[in-house]
Design a protein around this ligand. Structure first.
Ligand code: TXA
Ligand code: MG
Length: 351
């Protein structure tokens, strides 16, 4: 495995590795992806092997221009109404952190989509990612570049720590801008469904195409027997989990949580606040000892800033061998919805 900074040469190398059926980890604006040629079933099989990812979990296919959509999707299967919505979304929100589920075409092997006839397609807003895709076959399937179920990587070193020698190349583009994964959207039905909240807030989608429905509930978590695939396995209840037990509390709960009940001299715990004001209230009320580790996602409580450092801080806390992490949930607007989704799925008591 090689780790190289982004340069014209390293991108060129990445393109060649992908065309030859290898795996390249690369930065996007959301998280690092583990890429393989989306048309090559053997290369795609390696992704599942390297990540320890179950075969029922379909991959996101990345393209580098709207006009190449039909290299991977069969748009003739969409009705006029849906096509209109697709282009409205694509023209306004691509490149960007939005994956749109569309009928796949016959060139995309079934292993990429876990046997589904649809594929989640995304045009990432990251120059190096776009160049890499352009230098490959033009379609790169890439899940987040982490072992299945664990925290997503927002830095090249997270990829290295999680996947070790397994990718053929890791392209280091520094920390990712958005810091959590794309929103996954299904526009094929009468109701537009958000299958996974993510980097594109629902407000931005609704402004263009009207109401959406968040389909995160227990019914959505069941296996669709006919196609032996989950509706969207990013909806698995436990996912994006740090190794340290994580508990999610509301603002009130975390501020009023007496520390003494949960820690002693040998137990190190961390408090992860959404904003500085909550941290201060808690501090004044609970008078914590020095041993408690305290982090704040965003001083001013800005959900964009908070999202961009969520996984990074969780990675960092995970290295301290703590007994517990208590995290404050975010206000449920903008990217707050995606932050809460990840916290909930990463928590021990996921609900
Ligand atoms: O931001 C991102 O989306 C990152 C970067 C690398 O692009 N990728 C990523 O991929 O998060 P992954 O594999 O970790 O998550 C893909 C999500 C899963 O929840 C999967 O179930 C859903 O997309 N998905 C993929 N294809 C689908 C399909 N045909 N129908 C419904 N959901 C699908
Ligand atoms: Mg993932």
């Amino acid at each position: 495995m090689k780790l190289l900074p982004i340069s014209p040469e390293s991108l060129e190398q990445g393109g060649i590795i992908l065309k030859n059926g290898g795996l390249v980890a690369f930065p996007t604006e959301t998280v690092y992806g583990l890429g393989a040629d989306a048309f090559n079933p053997q290369a795609l099989a390696k992704i599942f092997e390297v990540k320890g990812r179950p075969h029922f979990d379909p991959l996101i296919i990345h393209i580098a221009a709207i006009k190449t959509l039909d290299k991977v999707a069969d748009l003739s299967l969409l009705n006029e109404e849906t096509k209109k919505k697709l282009f409205l979304l694509a023209e306004n929100l691509w490149p960007g952190p939005l994956s749109i589920v569309l009928p796949k075409n016959e060139k995309i092997p079934g292993i990429a989509t876990a046997g589904l006839q649809t594929a989640a397609i995304r045009f990432p807003d990251h120059e190096a990612a776009q160049k890499l895709i352009y230098l490959s076959t033009g379609a790169v399937a890439a899940p987040s570049a982490n072992p299945f179920g664990s925290l997503s990587p927002t830095k090249a070193e997270h990829v290295q720590n999680g996947l070790g020698e397994k990718p053929d190349l890791i392209l280091d583009g520094g920390p990712t801008r958005i810091g959590l994964e794309s929103t996954v959207l299904d526009i094929t039905g009468d109701v537009i469904k958000i299958l996974r909240p993510g980097g594109t807030p629902k407000e931005a989608i609704e402004k263009l195409v009207g109401c959406t429905q968040l389909t995160i509930n227990n019914e959505q978590l069941t296996v669709n027997n006919k196609q032996n695939a989950l509706v969207s396995p990013g909806l698995l209840k436990s996912h994006y989990a740090p190794r340290t037990p994580l508990y999610v509390l509301s603002r009130d709960e975390i501020i009023n949580k007496p520390i003494s009940l949960n820690s002693n001299e040998n137990q190190k715990i961390a408090y992860l606040f959404f904003d500085e004001a909550a941290r201060n209230e808690w501090h004044n009320k609970q008078k914590p000892s020095e041993t408690v580790i305290v982090k704040v996602l965003s001083q001013k409580g800005d959900s964009l800033e908070a999202a961009s450092c969520l996984f990074e801080i969780l990675h960092e806390l995970d290295n301290f061998n703590l007994s517990n992490i208590y995290a404050q949930s975010a206000p449920n607007i903008g990217l707050g919805e995606a932050i809460n989704d990840r916290l909930r799925r990463g928590s021990v008591k996921n609900y």
